[in-house]
Design a protein around this ligand. Structure first.
Ligand code: GDP
Length: 180
């Protein structure tokens, strides 16, 4: 089928958050339905392109993973450039990663547009027995900062697809509102 002109969309989405919160696994679970226990990604930015159908239109998201750069505080402005959406990830079993969220939000604000669709993601919700951050804490931070919020597990797939798709749908809505 031929695409009508203007019917194709490609949006950049970035994943940020402290090291080992599960960024790479969230992306591999969403894009390839894969999970790695001992994943240690090669250093350097990587992205995956995912397609989604919204209102009969093909919407492509180019989803970027820091691939370990954050360990060296080396996430550069180029990483954020042109992003329409962001997932800010913490690990529900490690408070330090939740405490870092404000810093990541600040960095995102510095390097990107104010209309970026943002979701706070509390990953590893399968680790209920060692939970350190309550769902309420996550929710209230998200409300305060005006972010979507979801707890996910890249391990057992809980909410992974939903989290990415809410962000992509919101970007699409923002863009279509601008066009109209
Ligand atoms: P990144 O550094 O933020 O990209 O984190 P990774 O995706 O490399 O994951 C870091 C570690 O956490 C790895 O050992 C993963 O297997 C583990 N991990 C990632 N997501 C989950 C999850 O949802 N649940 C559990 N239990 N472990 C996870």
């Amino acid at each position: 089928m031929e695409e009508e002109e203007g019917e194709e969309y490609l949006f950049k989405v970035v994943i940020i958050g402290d090291s080992a919160v599960g960024k790479s696994n969230l992306l591999s679970r969403y894009a390839r339905n894969e999970f790695n226990i001992n994943s240690k990604a090669t250093i350097g930015v990587e992205f995956q392109t995912q397609c989604m159908d919204i209102d009969g239109k093909e919407v492509k998201a180019q989803i970027w993973d820091t691939a370990g750069q954050e360990r060296f505080r080396a996430v550069t402005s180029a990483y954020y450039r042109g992003a329409f959406g962001a997932l800010i990830v913490y690990d529900i079993s490690r408070r330090t990663t939740f405490d870092s969220v404000e810093r990541w939000l600040q960095e995102l604000r510095t390097h990107s547009d104010t209309t970026v669709a943002r979701m706070l993601v509390g990953n590893k919700c399968d680790l209920e027995n060692i939970r350190d951050i309550s769902v309420e804490e996550g929710k209230s931070l998200a409300e305060r900062e005006g972010l979507f919020f979801m707890e996910t597990s890249a391990f057992d797939s809980t909410n992974v697809k939903t989290a990415f798709e809410i962000v992509i749908r919101e970007i699409y809505n923002n863009v279509s509102r601008k066009v109209l």
